[in-house]
Design a binder for this molecule. Structure first.
Ligand code: CTP
Ligand code: CA
Length: 228
């Protein structure tokens, strides 16, 4: 009963979330992507909205319904995701990067479908590195001034704590959230490791929505007092 009368922890805040994979085309019908389902990011967007925030969700290609009350921008590629995020981040207070952005894209995309030429020789693909959206936003003026709080995610196959700590430093973010294996892709539950400057703590295995609500409350406590 008491909880119902607590003020919403993100009231008055604008939250930007990325979710899902990106798809990087090599011709009009093919491309490279990954197995991110988008579920964790969508759960975080929902939880942030429930906590009173104005939420924008920038989503790669996923088949998930938009959480109630959330503004959604659909994108395909990592570069489109960066452009959408840079525009939205100008007014956001929190940026939560859960998207599994393709690290590389085909260096050039053919205008027409690449056909087998009968020689038996497969085409050779060259790759270009995609922009790092989290790193770009984390080093923006708005983030460095403390107006934009940036949160990264990491899925590692081994040595999660060490990798998460290193990634937090490399990305320049105050909070890095690790997925504690086995691979969380597509599952409805997860287990998280929160790593900040002072140390780390675990959120034990639970549904992605439950974890999203815990994470949102944790983030809310880290924000500078709102100047309302
Ligand atoms: N990220 C991003 N843009 C990219 C790559 C990653 O915004 N081009 C974000 C992810 O959304 C996540 C965090 O950075 O919040 C870490 O992503 P991850 O793939 O674990 O890190 P990378 O720096 O790409 O390193 P690697 O894949 O080699 O472990
Ligand atoms: Ca990566």
């Amino acid at each position: 009963i008491v909880a119902q009368f607590q003020p919403k922890s993100l009231a008055g805040r604008r939250v930007l979330v990325t979710a899902g994979p990106t798809f990087e085309g090599m011709d009009p019908v093919r491309g490279i992507t990954n197995h991110s389902s988008g579920k964790m990011g969508f759960a975080i967007a929902r939880a942030a909205r429930e906590a009173g925030a104005e939420v924008t969700l920038v989503a790669g290609p996923v088949s998930l319904p938009t959480p109630r009350g959330v503004a959604r921008i659909d994108v395909t590629t990592g570069r489109q995701m960066l452009a959408a995020c840079e525009a939205e981040a100008l007014r956001a207070h929190v940026f939560i990067a859960t998207a599994a952005v393709a690290d590389w894209r085909p260096a050039e995309s053919a205008a027409q479908k690449i056909k087998k030429d009968g020689s038996g020789e497969p085409p050779v693909l060259r790759f270009a590195e995609n922009p790092d959206i989290l790193h770009t936003l984390a080093r923006s003026e708005r983030a460095r001034s403390g107006a934009l709080f940036c949160v990264g995610f990491a899925a590692e196959s081994h040595d999660l704590l060490a990798h998460a700590q290193a990634k937090r430093a490399r990305k320049g973010v105050p909070l890095l959230v690790g997925n504690i294996g086995p691979a969380a892709f597509g599952r409805d539950d997860n287990q998280l490791l929160l790593v900040d400057e002072g140390g780390h703590r675990e959120l034990p295995r639970a549904s992605k929505l439950s974890l999203a609500r815990q994470l949102v409350n944790d983030i809310a406590r880290r924000l500078p007092a709102a100047s309302l």
